[in-house]
Design a protein around this ligand. Structure first.
Ligand code: ADP
Ligand code: MG
Length: 720
C-alpha cells in the first residue's frame, strides 16, 4: 500500500478491495497463490480475515497446574518430536511441549504430517482435553496452532489451512503488516446510530479485532464489525423492498375492518364453526391493513402446524373476491393442493358473489382446482372461465404458473410452504396479476416451519413477517415419547394397537433410506410386510410412498380416512399437510436420522382434533446432536421454540443456504449469537432508507455496498 504524505484523505472501505494482497510487504506471488486458495485476494479480504479465537497468555494455566479430564489451552515451545507406527500400522506422532517449567506430551494418531508441522523450537498453542496414559498426563489429537515468535499478551489465532500451507502466525504477520499501513477509513454509518448502539469507531475496531489490548476490547471490536456486516445485508434487503414498492402498482382492496371486513368476509366469519384465535385475529388485522394500503403486500405468515393459517389465508382471498378480484392458492404438492381444495370449499360453502347476468343477481362463490392431473379439456374450460372472472378462487400446484393460466383480475396470491418455492415463482404469479388488470396482486407466503425471527429478517428480508404463536383452544398437546429402549418400543406398538382398537388411526414413518426414491419405496414395502407379520399383525395396514401412482395414493388416503386402512406405513411423503383428524398416534422409526423441523412436521399429522394423541420417536442417541434433538422434541411441541434450538444446533449456514453469496458473507457476525444486532441493523436500515433521505443521502454506504456485494445485483440500490 502506498501512503502519501499525511494527512492522507480518509479512504472508503472499498478502496481496500481494489488493492491486491501482494501490495502487503512480504506477501510475494507464491504466498498470494496460497492465500487465494483460502479466498484471500485483496487487502480487504486479508484484514477481514478475523481471528477464530484468542489466546490470553497471562491467563493460561501452567502445565503443572492442569488435572486429568480438564480442557485447556497450553502455550509452549515444541521440544522433541518422534514419529513411528503403531502395532496396527497406524502412523503415530508424539511431541513434547514445554512451558518452561513442565512438559506435556502430545499424541497424534493418523496424522503423519504433524511430524513436518511440529518442528523443535516452534511456539504453539495447544487446545485439548488432558488425559493420562500409563500414569503420565498427555493430550491425544489436540488442536494445535502455530503462533510463531509472538510477544504480546493476547495472541490472535486465525482460521488456517493445512492444505494451502497458510498457518496462523504467518497470517498474523501479514495482517499486522497490512494494518500498519492501513489508511484512515471513512465511517459511513450515521454517527447518531453508532452513539445509540454504543459502537466503537470502525478504524479502531479493525485494529482491535486483530490486536486487542484486552479480551473486552476484542468483544467490542467484533460487535462493531459484525454490525457493519449485518447493516450492509439489511440495507440491500430494505433497499430492494423499497425499489419493488416504487415500481409496484398495488390494489387498494376494500377492507372495512371495523365492520368485520366487508360483507363477504363478515358472512364467512359468521359461517365458521369456531371463533378465530387471538393470533388469527391479529394476523388478519395486519393482512387487512396491507390489503387496504396502496402498496402490494409481501408478507410471510409463520405459524406452527395446526395454528390455523389456512383460515386466515382464505379470509385474505375473500377480501379480494368481495372487491371483484380473484384469489389463488399455490401448494407444493398435489396431495396438499387437493386437500386445500376440499378444505377451502368446505370453508366457503354457502357464500355467493354478485353476478348481474343471473337471476337474483348472485351466483355461488366458485373454487376450482388445477393440477397436472387436470385433463386437457377440463383445463381448457377452467382457463376460459378463469379469464372471464367466473372462477373466484383457484387452488393448485406449480400448474398455476404455466402460461395458459390467465386471470381476469388476480387480487391475492397465497403461497403455502414457502421453503419449496423460490422468489422467481413469486415473480411469475405477480406477472399474472399485472397481465390481468395492470396491478400487482398482494402476496401472502405461509410457512409451517417457522424460523427464528432474526433469521427470517435475513432470509426473507424483503418480506414483512407475521407470527401466529397460538393454537386453537381445546387442542391437547401431542404427547411425545422418545422410545430408546426395547420396553418403550414395545409400549409404543401397544399404544398403536390400543388406539386402533378404539377406532382411531395410526401412522408409521419408515426409516430414511439413502439413495433413490425407488430404494426408499422398496424399503417401505418391506417394512410394511415386516410389521404386518409382527407388531401390527391382525390390523389393516396400508402403504404410501413417493413411487406410487397418484391414483393409488389417493385411494389409500381415502381408505385411511374412512378407516378401512387402520395403520398407514409411509415414507416422508406424508410430511406436509396431510389432515386426518382421527389419526391419533404416530411411530417414527430411526427418528435420530431425521432433522428437527422434519420430525416436527411429521408429528403435526397427529393431534389434529381434540382427541389425545401420541408420537413415538424410535431411535438411539447416535450422536450428541441427535440426542439433543430428540430430547428437545419430546419436551416441546412449539415450532418457534424448536426453531431457536435448531439454529443453536446447526448454526446459520443451513438456514442461509446459498442465498448469501460473495463478499456479503458474514465473517464477524453470526445470526445465532448476534440476534440483537440483527434487529438493530434492520431498524437502522429501515430508518436510513425510509426516513433519512434514502441511500441517495449516504454515498459512502452505497459505495461499500456496490463493491462488497460484487456479483449480486445492486442496480436497485439507488432506484428512486
Ligand atoms: P395450518 O395450516 O396452520 O397447519 P389449518 O389452517 O390447516 O392449520 O387448521 C388446522 C385445523 O384447525 C383445521 O381443521 C381448521 O379447520 C381448524 N381451525 C382453524 N382455526 C381454528 C380455530 N380458531 N378454532 C378451532 N379450530 C380451528
Ligand atoms: Mg397448512
Amino acid at each position: 500500500m502506498s501512503v502519501t504524505t499525511p494527512p492522507a484523505p480518509p479512504r472508503s472501505l472499498d478502496y481496500l478491495a481494489s488493492l491486491p494482497v501482494t501490495r502487503v510487504r512480504r506477501v510475494g506471488p507464491k504466498n498470494a497463490e496460497a492465500l487465494a486458495e483460502i479466498g484471500i485476494e485483496t487487502v480487504y479480504d486479508l484484514v477481514t480475515h478475523y481471528p477464530r479465537r484468542y489466546v490470553d497468555r497471562t491467563r493460561q494455566a501452567g502445565i503443572a497446574e492442569l488435572s486429568v479430564g480438564e480442557e485447556a489451552t497450553v502455550v509452549g515451545t515444541v521440544r522433541r518430536v518422534t514419529s513411528r507406527r503403531t502395532r496396527r500400522g497406524q502412523p503415530l506422532v508424539e511431541a513434547h511441549v514445554s512451558d518452561g517449567r513442565a512438559y506435556l506430551k502430545l499424541t497424534f494418531f493418523n496424522q503423519a504430517w504433524r511430524a513436518r508441522q511440529l518442528q523443535a523450537g516452534l511456539q504453539v498453542a495447544v487446545f485439548g482435553k488432558l488425559d493420562s496414559y500409563r500414569g503420565r498426563v498427555q493430550m491425544t489429537n489436540p488442536v494445535v496452532d502455530l503462533i510463531g515468535d509472538r510477544t504480546g499478551r493476547i495472541i490472535p489465532i486465525y482460521p488456517q489451512s493445512e492444505k494451502a500451507q497458510v498457518v496462523s502466525w504467518k497470517l498474523a504477520e501479514w495482517i499486522a503488516e497490512a494494518l500498519r499501513r492501513l489508511p484512515n477509513l471513512i465511517d459511513p454509518v450515521p454517527e447518531q446510530h453508532l452513539a445509540e448502539l454504543g459502537l466503537m469507531d470502525r478504524n479502531r475496531a479493525l485494529h482491535a479485532i486483530h490486536q486487542p489490548q484486552s479480551m473486552a476490547e476484542a468483544v467490542q471490536a467484533r460487535r462493531r464489525l459484525a454490525f457493519d456486516e449485518l447493516l450492509r445485508l439489511q440495507l440491500t434487503l430494505v433497499a430492494r423492498k423499497r425499489a419493488a414498492e416504487q415500481e409496484a402498482v398495488g390494489i387498494r382492496h376494500l377492507v372495512e375492518v371495523d365492520k368485520g371486513g366487508g360483507e363477504l368476509l363478515a358472512r364467512f366469519r359468521r359461517n365458521l364453526p369456531f371463533t378465530l384465535t387471538g393470533a388469527q385475529e391479529r394476523a388478519l388485522a395486519e393482512i387487512a391493513a396491507d390489503l387496504g394500503g396502496p402498496l402490494p403486500m409481501h408478507r410471510l405468515l409463520q405459524g406452527d402446524v395446526g395454528s390455523g393459517k389456512t383460515v386466515v389465508a382464505v379470509a385474505a382471498m375473500l377480501v379480494a373476491v368481495q372487491g371483484g378480484h380473484q384469489g389463488a392458492l399455490m401448494a407444493p404438492t398435489e396431495v396438499l393442493a387437493e386437500q386445500h381444495y376440499l378444505g377451502v370449499r368446505g370453508l366457503v360453502e354457502g357464500l355467493s358473489v354478485p353476478d348481474p347476468g343471473r337471476l337474483g343477481g348472485e351466483r355461488p362463490l366458485r373454487v376450482e382446482l388445477l393440477t397436472s392431473r387436470t385433463t386437457a379439456s377440463d383445463r381448457a374450460a377452467l382457463c376460459a372461465d378463469l379469464v372471464e372472472g367466473q372462477v373466484d378462487i383457484l387452488i393448485g400446484t406449480h400448474a398455476l404458473l404455466t402460461e395458459d393460466v390467465a386471470f381476469h383480475s388476480l387480487g391475492v396470491v397465497v403461497i403455502d410452504e414457502q421453503h419449496r418455492f423460490g422468489v422467481e415463482q413469486r415473480a411469475v404469479l405477480r406477472e399474472k396479476g399485472r397481465a390481468g388488470g395492470g396491478a400487482d396482486p398482494d402476496v401472502l407466503v405461509m410457512t409451517a416451519t417457522p424460523i427464528p425471527r432474526t433469521a427470517a429478517m435475513t432470509v426473507f428480508g424483503d418480506l414483512d413477517v407475521t407470527e401466529m404463536r397460538e393454537r386453537p383452544a381445546g387442542r391437547t398437546r401431542v404427547q411425545t415419547v422418545w422410545a430408546r429402549g426395547p420396553l418403550e418400543v414395545e409400549a409404543a406398538w401397544s399404544q398403536v394397537r390400543a388406539e386402533v382398537a378404539a377406532g382411531r388411526r395410526a401412522y408409521v414413518v419408515c426409516p430414511l433410506v439413502e439413495g433413490s426414491e425407488k430404494v426408499e419405496a422398496a424399503s417401505a414395502v418391506e417394512e410394511k410386510e415386516r410389521l404386518s407379520a409382527g407388531e401390527l399383525a391382525g390390523l389393516r395396514v396400508g402403504l404410501l410412498h413417493g413411487q406410487m401412482a397418484a391414483r393409488e395414493k389417493e385411494q389409500v388416503m381415502a381408505a385411511f380416512r374412512r378407516g378401512e386402512v387402520e395403520v398407514l406405513v409411509a415414507t416422508t411423503v406424508i410430511e406436509v399437510g396431510v389432515d386426518v383428524p382421527d389419526a391419533t398416534v404416530m411411530v417414527v422409526e430411526d427418528a435420530d436420522r431425521f432433522g428437527m423441523a422434519q420430525l416436527h412436521q411429521l408429528r403435526g399429522r397427529v393431534g389434529r382434533s381434540d382427541l389425545p394423541s401420541w408420537c413415538f420417536l424410535l431411535g438411539q442417541a447416535s450422536s450428541p446432536e441427535a440426542e439433543r434433538r430428540l430430547t428437545v422434541l419430546a419436551s416441546s411441541d412449539d415450532g418457534f421454540v424448536l426453531a431457536e434450538e435448531d439454529l443453536e444446533l446447526r448454526g446459520e449456514g443451513t438456514i442461509l443456504g446459498t442465498r448469501q453469496r460473495g463478499r456479503s458473507d458474514l465473517k464477524a457476525a453470526s445470526l445465532r449469537r448476534d440476534r440483537e444486532l440483527v434487529s438493530e441493523a434492520r431498524r437502522v436500515a429501515l430508518s436510513v432508507v425510509y426516513e433519512e433521505g434514502g441511500l441517495e443521502a449516504h454515498p459512502a454506504l452505497v459505495r461499500e455496498l456496490e463493491v462488497l456485494l460484487a456479483g449480486d445485483d445492486t442496480e436497485f440500490l439507488l432506484k428512486s
